[in-house]
Design a protein around this ligand. Structure first.
Ligand code: ATP
Ligand code: MG
Length: 275
C-alpha cells in the first residue's frame, strides 16, 4: 500500500474563483486530493463542476486562486499539467465509425507510442472489450462506449485522471461496470477526480467526497465523516421498501462485484432512494 501521508497532494486547489460575466460560479474553492485516491466532487446541475475540471485541465483560466496538478501549476505549467492528466469529458469522445480497437490505435498513434496495436490490445483486455474491439463502436451499449472512452483516455498512462460525470445516462449495469473500472484504476495507483450528481456513485467509489454548492466547498470528508454530520440515527420502525434499482438489479442480475446495496442499517436509511 502506498503511504500518502508524507507525499504532496496529487491535486491542490486553493481559493479558485471563476465568473462568466456577471455569473459568479466559483467563489473560492479549496481542496487537496491525495495520490492514488478517488475524490468525488458532488454538486447539482450548474454548480460549477465542469468549470472546475476545465480549470484543473488547463483548458480554462481561473480569475483568482491557484491550483497544482501532479505538482505543476495549472496557470504557469499548462503543458506539464496536460501531460500528467487525462480528461474524460461529460460527453463521450468515441468515434462511432471506427471499431473499438481502431479508436484506441488512433489515439496511441496520435500520442506517438511505439507499438499502438499492442497498447490497444492491452487496454481492450483490461476493459473486457477484447471481443467487442473488433466491432464498430456504434454497435456498443452505453456502458461499453463509456469504458472505451475511459480506456482511450488512459493511453500514455497518465497518473491523474479527471472523469466528468462518468456514468450519466448509463443504466444500472453500465454504471456498475464503469464503477468497477474506476476502482481498478485507483487500485493501480492512478489518482481519480470525478464529478457526479449521483450520491450513490460517490458513496460506492470515493475515498473522499466534497460538496460544491453556491461556489464553495461546503463539506469535504470521508463518507463516514459526512454521515457523522447528521444526528445519530433514531431507532424506529420503518417498512423498508426496496428501491426500483434493487428490484431491477435483482431481476436482471449484476455483472459487477457482489452487491452491498442493502446495508445493515437499512432501516435507518430506508427511503433514501425514494423519488
Ligand atoms: N462558457 C460559459 N459561458 C457562460 N456561462 C457558462 C459557461 N460555462 C458554464 N456556464 C455557466 O456556469 C454555471 C456552471 O456550469 P458548469 O457546467 O460548470 O456546471 P456543472 O456543475 O458541470 O453542471 P452539470 O451538472 O449540469 O454538468 C452554469 O450556470 C452554466 O450555465
Ligand atoms: Mg458538468
Amino acid at each position: 500500500m502506498i503511504t500518502n501521508q508524507t507525499r504532496e497532494p496529487a491535486i491542490r486547489v486553493q481559493g479558485i474563483q471563476k465568473s462568466y460575466k456577471d455569473l459568479q460560479v466559483l467563489r473560492g474553492v479549496d481542496f487537496d486530493v491525495q495520490p492514488g485516491s478517488i475524490f468525488a466532487l458532488l454538486g447539482s446541475n450548474g454548480a460549477g463542476k465542469t468549470t472546475l475540471i476545465r480549470i484543473l485541465s488547463s483548458l480554462l483560466k481561473a480569475d483568482a486562486g491557484s491550483a497544482t496538478v501532479h505538482g505543476f501549476d495549472v496557470a504557469t505549467k499548462p503543458g506539464d499539467v496536460r501531460e500528467s492528466i487525462s480528461l474524460t469529458g461529460q460527453f463521450a469522445a468515441v468515434d462511432e465509425v471506427l471499431t473499438g480497437r481502431e479508436n484506441l490505435v488512433l489515439i496511441a498513434k496520435l500520442r506517438h507510442l511505439k507499438n499502438p496495436g499492442a497498447v490497444a490490445d492491452d487496454l481492450l483486455a483490461r476493459f473486457s472489450l477484447t471481443e467487442a474491439g473488433k466491432r464498430r463502436a456504434i454497435t456498443y451499449s452505453g456502458g461499453m462506449r463509456r469504458r472505451l472512452d475511459i480506456a482511450m483516455s488512459l493511453i500514455g498512462n497518465p497518473p491523474i485522471i479527471f472523469l466528468d460525470e462518468p456514468t450519466t445516462g448509463l443504466d444500472p449495469q453500465g454504471r456498475i461496470e464503469v464503477w468497477q473500472t474506476i476502482k481498478e484504476l485507483a487500485d493501480g495507483g492512478t489518482t481519480v477526480l470525478l464529478t457526479t450528481q449521483y450520491l450513490d456513485e460517490a458513496e460506492q467509489l470515493a475515498d473522499r467526497i466534497a460538496i460544491l454548492h453556491q461556489g464553495v466547498i461546503i463539506q469535504n470528508g470521508t463518507l463516514a465523516e459526512l454521515k457523522q454530520l447528521l444526528p445519530p440515527a433514531k431507532v424506529e420502525y420503518v417498512e423498508k421498501q426496496p428501491s426500483l434499482e434493487d428490484v431491477f438489479l435483482t431481476l436482471v442480475g449484476e455483472t459487477g462485484e457482489p452487491t452491498d446495496a442493502v446495508p445493515a442499517d437499512a432501516a435507518a436509511t430506508a427511503g433514501k432512494e425514494s423519488r
